[in-house]
Design a protein around this ligand. Structure first.
Ligand code: ZN
Length: 198
């Protein structure tokens, strides 16, 4: 398992809800936290590791020592949004690209945890931003999609570099073709279950 980069079709895929908390899901979540810490991130969505399912992991401290701050959101729904605030964002799938994104200032999110317990959480500040960013991933939406035209123009050269790099790695046979990736995503979504951790 690895964090996929801009250009990977899974980042543009609308994910399917999970129907069960399987041992594979638990193992996948552990691996996702490890990848997130390695990359010094504070959130990671399943799409970002090539899994088209609705869940993401968060630790706003980015610190593996503070594992009590870890949260898993399964089948999340943002049920309320209030206010709007701009803030700088980045994404582990678009390394070293940053820009201001407007988000709701406060939200209420409903989700299930790894024990299958439903919970509701009021989020503000950093947590509200992370949850909205990660939740967008599950719909195939990236933070660049929410940047204004002027800001997007600034990062356009970086996006083109990501695209070029992705195609180059495909041409060199280091990554599967889009058709192969899409076939795998289709079959994962049809099966409805998380595969064993690679
Ligand atoms: Zn992201």
């Amino acid at each position: 398992m690895e964090i996929v980069k801009f250009g990977h079709p899974c980042l543009r895929r609308k994910s399917t809800p999970l129907e069960e908390i399987s041992p594979e899901l638990k193992a996948t979540v552990r691996r996702m936290f490890a990848l997130m810490y390695e990359a010094r991130g504070i959130g990671l969505a399943a799409n970002q590791v090539g899994l088209p399912f609705r869940f993401f992991v968060v630790n706003p401290t980015a610190d593996p020592e503070q594992s009590d701050e870890e949260m898993v959101f399964i089948n999340p729904e943002i049920i309320r949004r209030k206010g709007s605030v701009d803030g700088e964002e980045g994404c582990l799938s678009l390394p070293e690209l940053y820009g201001p994104v407007p988000r709701a200032e406060e939200i209420i999110v409903e989700a299930f945890d790894l024990d299958g317990q439903g919970f509701e959480m009021e989020c503000s500040e950093l947590m509200a931003r992370v949850v909205q960013h990660e939740n967008d991933h599950l719909d195939g939406v990236l933070f660049i999609d929410r940047m204004n035209e002027e800001e997007l123009a600034h990062v356009q050269p970086q996006l083109e570099d990501f695209e070029k790099d992705y195609r180059r790695r495909q041409n060199e046979g280091k990554l599967p073709s889009d058709d192969e990736i899409i076939a795998r995503l289709d079959s994962l979504q049809q099966s409805g279950s998380i595969p064993p951790v690679e």
